[in-house]
Design a protein around this ligand. Structure first.
Ligand code: CA
Ligand code: CA
Length: 146
């Protein structure tokens, strides 16, 4: 292979890599292609046991390191099938979600942008590629999803 051909194939490989990087949705950032909420901001993160805001729900104004107790639903650990960020825009307006208790990111995490509503968590995945449905267990508010 001539030097020019090698360079051309390297460039083609770089383009292919770049295209792949664009085409694969970010698993660590749930807001990718997620719909915006139609609800007014009230400062709370909401979670429902069923999809499309169905079943019982809990909501949080602050952080929670263990969803096994919450208000008003009482229990949301490994139950949530839809979530909505109705937090106020700006500082601490985004929510980092964790599969494990205690903000332990080792089993997977995700980030929900301010104003995002995920109506069916079966369509979303943790940072490690495992499904998010019926598995959220803790969260804290952050300024800017990363
Ligand atoms: Ca559920
Ligand atoms: Ca869990």
């Amino acid at each position: 292979m001539t030097k020019r051909k090698i360079r051309a194939s390297l460039a083609a490989a770089a383009v292919a890599t770049a295209l792949t990087a664009v085409a694969v949705p970010s698993t660590a950032h749930a807001s990718t292609a997620a719909p915006r909420t139609s609800a007014a901001a009230d400062g709370y993160l909401y979670a429902w046991t069923n999809l499309n805001r169905g079943g019982s729900y809990c909501r949080w104004y602050g952080d929670d390191d263990d969803w096994s107790t919450c208000s008003p639903g009482g229990y949301m650990q490994d139950q949530a099938s839809s979530v909505e960020n109705r937090g106020y825009a700006g500082a601490y307006g985004d929510v980092k979600l964790f599969k494990n208790i205690g903000y332990d990111a080792s089993a997977g995490y995700s980030c929900l942008d301010n104003g995002q509503y995920l109506n069916n968590l079966a369509n979303y995945y943790w940072s490690n590629g495992t499904g998010m449905n019926d598995s959220i267990t803790s969260h804290y508010w952050v300024t800017g999803c990363v």
